[in-house]
Design a protein around this ligand. Structure first.
Ligand code: MG
Length: 376
């Protein structure tokens, strides 16, 4: 283990004191609490890019989170970072996502414009700090500082000041001080990017919205496809796609391991706090960074802005807006614990954000009489 890796024995602790577990360290315990949470189970019915009911084989937020955890653990082990912490952060990183992916978040953010907005990273923290209700004496999962720090990946200056006021020197402090989170948090973030870039190619082709011919225009993919064909002449279809994606994933993982190991060795932070002050140390090489950015641009252009995806996400926005208006007009329709809250708009946003795609569609139809998307 690296000297600058996070160490559960030196954790900054939890908000509420707990008796140490006899066989598990604090980061393992966080991971276990996340896996057993209600929000984690809901990820199985939440959209990544394609709506949950569009096909059984597309990634959902749950399978995405598992892939992120797998990549992040492998890289953590190779680098000597704390695997349990990186796994906990990876499994929790999308807990605050609304139904219908980014379209749902954008719509909810608009609805909440006059009430503090809506942001999924902040919402992930709200889920683990407040919205999960499973312990006798406190709300939330009472996770370690280090896991919560990793969950709060982005945060605006205004939100950071608000969190800092409630929790001085806490998880939002780094957005004010402009320091980094732990190396494990940096790694979970990078693994997220590697995972979705690769699996969105797979889902894109499976959906028929991307073709292997289009992918051949992308240098990173073309390179690995050519190598796959060199080694396996005549390989085609799904096996060629998988072999190319496998190589592309491995190349990015080994690149991150080499570039990050070199950056960590050069900065030589003596401990985890020094690593937070050393600037971002988990990284691609400059050449791979450029390739990865090109891949991301390719997916935006050809997949996320594909007319068929856009048409569906427009409808999804409409569902979220319709739900928001309906609950504000008729708060009694909210689940009791949300209906009782005095912060009405935020309660509505929390309720909608927690929904799975299909529950949101069913509720929308029940409340408005309109069926906007098939399935559910
Ligand atoms: Mg993600």
């Amino acid at each position: 283990m690296l000297r600058c890796a996070s160490d559960p024995a030196r954790s900054r602790g939890r908000r509420f004191a707990v008796t140490p577990a006899p066989t598990r360290n604090d980061f393992q315990r966080d991971r276990d609490r996340i896996v057993h949470s209600t929000a984690f189970r809901r990820l199985v019915y939440k959209t990544q890019v394609f709506l949950n009911h569009e096909g059984d084989l597309f990634r959902t937020r749950l399978t995405h989170s598992l892939e992120v955890a797998q990549l992040a653990r492998d890289i953590a082990r190779a680098l000597g970072l704390h695997e349990d912490l990186v796994e906990a952060i990876a499994l929790a990183h999308d807990l605050g996502h609304t139904p219908f992916g980014h379209a749902g978040q954008d719509a909810l953010h608009e609805c909440m414009a006059a009430h503090g907005g809506f942001e999924h990273n902040l919402q992930s923290l709200r889920v683990v700090d407040q919205l999960e209700q499973r312990y006798p004496h406190h709300d939330g999962l009472n996770l370690s500082f280090e896991t919560r720090e990793g969950i709060l990946k982005h945060c605006s200056a205004a939100h950071a000041r608000a969190i800092e006021a409630r929790e001085p020197g806490g998880v939002a402090r780094r957005f004010i001080d402009r320091t980094q989170p732990s190396l494990e948090a940096q790694l979970a973030n990078l693994a997220d990017e590697i995972a979705y870039n690769a699996h969105d190619i797979d889902d894109g082709v499976r959906s028929g919205l991307l073709t292997l011919e289009q992918l051949a225009e992308l240098p990173l993919f073309a390179h690995h496809q050519a190598q796959a064909l060199d080694e396996h002449p005549g390989l085609q279809g799904r096996r060629l796609l998988y072999e190319s994606i496998r190589r592309l994933l491995s190349a990015q993982v080994y690149d991150v391991i080499d570039a990050s190991a070199a950056a960590i060795a050069a900065a030589a932070p003596p401990d985890a706090d020094a690593a937070r002050r050393a600037g971002p140390l988990l990284r691609f090489s400059p050449a791979m960074q450029a390739q990865s950015s090109a891949l991301k641009r390719f997916l935006f252009q050809h997949l996320y802005r594909h007319p068929q995806v856009v048409a569906t996400t427009d409808q999804a926005r409409e569902v979220v807006r319709g739900l928001f208006a309906a609950y504000l007009a008729r708060p009694a329709e909210l689940r009791a614990e949300f209906a009782q809250r005095p912060d009405r708009e935020r309660a509505v946003a929390d309720y909608i954000a927690g929904m799975t795609d299909r529950f949101a569609l069913r509720e929308h139809e029940r409340l408005t009489g309109r069926r906007l998307l098939p399935g559910a």
